[in-house]
Each structure stands twice: as structure tokens, then as C-alpha cells.
Design a binder for this molecule. Structure first.
Ligand code: HEC
Ligand code: HEC
Length: 253
């Protein structure tokens, strides 16, 4: 019995040792001499960014599953209010979460402000696009789908294929799973700012070697959006279902 008790003590000791670092450290830093900080008291941009954003937008804003925020082209065209709004409320239908407490997130208004303004002050370069006449962040007019298809052929097809199904130089961007998870503005942002971290050109540097016009960008996005399935991931979308019922009817007769 004695042997058993010793081993039990040993297990308990080992367990408490294993738990110790988790209790006494905050954010990987030993808490010796420092009080743990409550999450809503963190007012340091780097910590807030690392804890909430880096998982998707990459360390130092360099990009990951989601776009690089430290992209000078992006920061030159992005609207500070729009960024604040996205961080607070998320982007519906995509994996971009809402962070404001009022929208069900974990961050205070102060923290949201700090992150949104920090992105620009830390990574933005104000004069970056001087003289380049950048397109507007949000679309100014309705897009024309047919013109968009033509523009896609001119500017994008070399890398993404004429139907957007992908080539060795660029992935598929008209498939259901991609289009279902990206917003219209998300597409516009990528067309304007590129994904330099992945080799995707910005609006100035597509294949013909001249910049796209604002309207061409709007049209290309309209064409991509027109390819989005109404009920992504649903084999029994109304259209498919109608066809399926017709077949069933035909079989029964
Ligand atoms: C779970 C992944 C995820 C996390 C975490 C996340 N994002 Fe995002 N974010 C996305 C995706 C995906 C998009 C693109 C949404 C779309 O299609 O419009 C996005 C879009 C954005 C945009 C808008 C880009 C544009 O088109 O103008 C901003 C700004 C942004 N995120 C900032 C942040 C900040 C700041 C944080 C941390 C507080 C954060 N994100 C955390 C996934 C994430
Ligand atoms: C020189 C080749 C090239 C051209 C031209 C090009 N792209 Fe891309 N594009 C890429 C690469 C490389 C990526 C990033 C990796 C990938 O998705 O293949 C990318 C990514 C994208 C993405 C994001 C895909 C994702 O998975 O996040 C979209 C959307 C996109 N491009 C749209 C366009 C549109 C619209 C045009 C034309 C206006 C265009 N691209 C022109 C090479 C190109």
C-alpha cells in the first residue's frame, strides 16, 4: 500500500507542476512581480493584434488565411471608418468575427479603436500611392457583369484561367467554396490591393501592364459575384431540386 501512496503523491506533484505555468504566467511571460492583466485592460496594440488577429491575418500583419493588413497598398486605399466597423462587427457570412462587446465579441470600444488606428499608424505609409490615382475602397457604381467577364479575360485569365477555374499561376476563384466565404468588398479589396505575400498583383500590375480603371474593378467583381451559388454547399438548391423532382416525375410516368 505504501508504494501506491507514494506514486499517488508523485502523480499529484507532477500534475500541479504541469498546471503551474498555466496559472502563474500570462501570455507566455512569467508573472513574477507582475499582476496578471485583465483581458479588457490590455491597451497595447502588439498584444491585442497578436491575441486576436494574427491567427488569420498573420504575425505582424503579413497575411495568412486572410489578407495581409500590413500591405501598404491596402492601407493607402482602406477607409479608416470601414476598418473600424469591420473589426467591431465582423463581416457577415465570412470567417471575420465581430470583436466589439456590443456585437457579441470580447473587446471594449477603446480596444477596437486602438487596433483600428494602430493598423494604420504602425503599418501604413501615407504617401505610398502618391500620383497613382488609386480606385476607391468601396464600389462607387453598380457593376456590369458582361463587361466584367471581358475585363477578367484581359487582366486575370492568364493566371486564373478564362473561367476563373485556376492555372498553375493562380488558384480557382470561381468555385463555390471560395465564393461562398468571401464578401463582395473582400473580393474588391483583393483585386485592388493584391495579395503581395502570395504573389497576387495589385490593380496596377495585372497581365497587360497597365492599371485597371475603377469601373473595370467594379465590373470584374460583379462578374465574380455573379458566379456565386445561391445556396452554396446545398445539393438540393431550389434549381437542382426542381430538376430532381422533374426526373422523379418522369420516372413515375
Ligand atoms: C478567424 C479568422 C479571422 C480573424 C481572427 C480576424 N480576421 Fe479579419 N478577416 C478575416 C477574413 C476571412 C476577412 C475577409 C472577409 C471578407 O470576405 O470581406 C477579414 C477581413 C478583415 C478586414 C477587412 C479587409 C477589407 O476588405 O477591407 C479587416 C480590416 C480585418 N479583417 C481586420 C482584422 C483585425 C484587426 C482582427 C483582429 C482584431 C481580425 N481581422 C481578425 C478573417 C479573420
Ligand atoms: C500574375 C498572375 C495573377 C494575375 C494577373 C491575377 N492574379 Fe489573382 N492571384 C494570383 C496569385 C498567385 C494569388 C494567390 C495565390 C492563389 O490564390 O493562387 C491570387 C489570388 C487571388 C484571389 C484570392 C484567392 C484566395 O484564395 O484568397 C483573388 C480573389 C484573385 N486573385 C482575383 C484576381 C482577379 C479578379 C484578377 C484580375 C483582375 C487577378 N486575380 C489577377 C495571381 C494572379
Amino acid at each position: 500500500m505504501k508504494v501506491k501512496r507514494i506514486s499517488l503523491l508523485f502523480v499529484l506533484a507532477a500534475m500541479s507542476l504541469a498546471l503551474l505555468p498555466a496559472c502563474s504566467s500570462y501570455d507566455g511571460q512569467p508573472a513574477i512581480n507582475s499582476e496578471p492583466i485583465a483581458p479588457n485592460q490590455i491597451l497595447d496594440f502588439d498584444t491585442l493584434y497578436a491575441q486576436n488577429c494574427a491567427g488569420c491575418h498573420g504575425g505582424q500583419g503579413r497575411g495568412g488565411a486572410a489578407i495581409a493588413l500590413a500591405n501598404p497598398v491596402y492601407l493607402a486605399i482602406a477607409d479608416e471608418n470601414a476598418v473600424l466597423n469591420v473589426v467591431a462587427n465582423g463581416v457577415r457570412g465570412t470567417s471575420m468575427p465581430a470583436f466589439a462587446q456590443r456585437a457579441g465579441g470580447m473587446l471594449t470600444e477603446q480596444q477596437i479603436d486602438l487596433i483600428a488606428s494602430g493598423i494604420f499608424s504602425r503599418w501604413g505609409r501615407e504617401q505610398f500611392l502618391d500620383g497613382a490615382h488609386p480606385p476607391s475602397y468601396a464600389a462607387k457604381a453598380a457593376g456590369n457583369v458582361d463587361h466584367g467577364q471581358l475585363a477578367f479575360g484581359t487582366y486575370c485569365a492568364t493566371c486564373h484561367g478564362s473561367e476563373g477555374t485556376g492555372t498553375a499561376k493562380g488558384s480557382a476563384i470561381t468555385n463555390d467554396s471560395f465564393l461562398a466565404l468571401v464578401s463582395d468588398q473582400g473580393l474588391r479589396t483583393i483585386v485592388i490591393a493584391g495579395r503581395p505575400e502570395l504573389g497576387a498583383p495589385d490593380w496596377r500590375n495585372n497581365v497587360p501592364g497597365h492599371p485597371m480603371t475603377d469601373q473595370e474593378i467594379t465590373d470584374v467583381v460583379a462578374w465574380l459575384v455573379s458566379r456565386r451559388a445561391q445556396n452554396p454547399g446545398q445539393p438540393y438548391s431550389p434549381v437542382n431540386h426542381a430538376q430532381y423532382s422533374e426526373k422523379q416525375d418522369a420516372n413515375q410516368h
